[in-house]
Design a protein around this ligand. Structure first.
Ligand code: ZN
Length: 461
């Protein structure tokens, strides 16, 4: 009976995949939702790839998943992935449905999946990853995720015992997940930009879990990310199995040491959080048994997808588009940090946490007060444009961060933001957007392109 129910669920879901294709509604997790509704044990019965790599963590998991996918694709692997769908159980189910035969056998040898941290209990009892990469665990939307320690405990509770973990040693929450599992640690040795004390508004790992003494750091990057130790009981962050050491931001390379040598790999982007992503992917690929030379080849051929970072040049101006996740103070602060050290004079358009959020969702604006808006108090930032239903909340937060009124522009409609730009000579315009408003972002960018092209032609607005 159970088997019949599974086959019925699979076939109906497969028909819905075709129907969605015909109606051009790709990329939803509807087939998975339907299948699980018909057969609650669907994830147990559906065929899984022989080898599975899972990527989880608060930030960076989409970028890391895509980099791994690119590398394994270059290597000629046949792969099931959830790139086009969601990262919860119905998204994974949808990918497995698309890659299944009519009897439910998986047609792909490999699976590379981005998995939401809180979906652990709905996925890992049914699909055991061979490798699990955890990028970091940090404060996210409080209403959805609570505290990173809570997320770390969920992962520990549901982690299959045979899964090999690839963990960020510079993040204590991450390093402490599932202590009984086989693991490899990666991290980045001291950098020129490191701090001794946290300068961010949030630092979620301050107290030693053994003796409750305050932790100290040999070096600290941001938040709780760095090399921590406890001066009272001697607890230390784990040693690196894969250590990023010399970073060359001119030639965009990083040297990474492993147990038997060192190699220079290409960096895809010079922000610290993207350097972590590179070290993480290199660690995984070496751990999977690829040679340093082969991993070097992979890294030289892959790119960060344009939906997360992109730029366009117009005569003397440049338009940058950067993802800054909605309601995620930790991630947005990293983007602000990056912007504050970029050369040249800038204008910034803040389009994250706009749109549907304010209109339909009651999450309060507390994340704005966890986020380091103070980093935007930099003379190189000439104009900050806030827009949308939350424009006044942003404006208030910027004023409280000490940013002069004259440097803040605001408008209620996002589509009006191009008119608020100063468009001075040598302008670097950064548009920061969240994942909740991608369509709107595209429309606003389209309008900006027209304005910038007109500027190129010497026309006044
Ligand atoms: Zn201690």
């Amino acid at each position: 009976m159970e088997k019949l129910r599974f086959i019925a669920a699979l076939w109906i879901a497969k028909i819905s995949v075709i129907a969605l294709k015909v109606t051009r509604h790709n990329g939803t997790n509807f087939p998975g939702v339907v299948a699980i509704k018909i057969c609650p044990q669907f994830m147990k019965h559906i065929g899984k790839p022989k080898k599975v790599v899972a990527v989880t963590g608060t930030n960076g998991k989409t970028t890391v998943t895509n980099m791994i996918l690119d590398a394994l694709t270059i290597d000629g692997k046949s792969i099931a992935d959830n790139k086009a769908g969601s990262n919860i159980n119905s998204g994974i189910a949808t990918s497995l449905i698309q890659n299944a035969s009519l009897t439910g056998r998986c047609k792909k040898e490999w699976g590379v999946f981005e998995i939401d941290e809180r979906s652990a209990l709905r996925i890992y009892p049914f699909m055991v990853p061979d490798y699990m990469v955890i990028t970091n665990l940090s404060r996210d939307s409080i209403m959805r995720n609570g505290h990173p320690e809570y997320i770390s405990e969920i992962l520990t509770r549901y982690m299959p015992k045979t899964t090999k973990l690839i963990l960020n040693a510079d993040d204590f929450f991450c390093a402490n997940v599932a202590p009984e599992n086989d693991r490899a640690y990666y991290g980045i040795e001291r950098m020129d930009t490191d701090l001794e004390k946290c300068e961010n508004l949030i630092q979620d790992f301050q107290i030693c879990p053994n003796c409750h003494h305050r932790l100290e750091y040999e070096y600290l990057r941001y938040g709780h990310i760095g090399k921590a130790y406890c001066p009272a009981c001697g607890l230390k962050a784990p040693e690196y199995d894969y250590a990023g050491c010399e970073t060359d931001k001119v030639n965009m390379t990083i040297n990474i040491k492993d147990s038997s040598g060192e190699e220079t790999y290409r960096l895809l982007n010079d922000s610290v959080y993207n350097i972590y992503n590179v070290v993480c992917v290199v660690a995984l690929l070496l751990e999977m048994g690829y040679s340093r030379e082969r991993v070097k080849e992979f890294m030289s051929s892959i790119n960060i997808i344009g939906s997360r970072y992109d730029f366009e040049e117009y005569a003397d101006k440049t338009l940058y588009m950067m993802l800054a996740k909605d309601r995620n103070a930790f991630a947005v602060s990293r983007v602000f940090e990056y912007l504050s050290i970029q050369p040249g004079e800038k204008e910034i358009v803040l389009m994250n946490n706009n749109y549907s959020d304010a209109a339909t969702w009651s999450e309060n604006t507390c994340w704005l007060y966890d986020c380091d808006f103070e980093l935007l108090k930099d003379d190189s930032i000439k104009n900050i444009v806030v827009c949308g239903p939350r424009a006044k909340d942003y404006r208030l937060r910027l004023l409280l961060a000490g940013i002069e009124k004259s440097r803040i522009s605001w408008c209620e409609k996002e589509m009006d933001t191009p008119q608020e730009l100063e468009l001075f000579e040598g302008d670097n315009i950064y548009v920061l957007y969240g994942t909740d408003s991608l369509d709107l972002k595209d429309r606003v960018i389209g309008k900006m392109r027209t304005v910038l092209k007109n500027c190129e032609g010497g026309e006044k607005l």
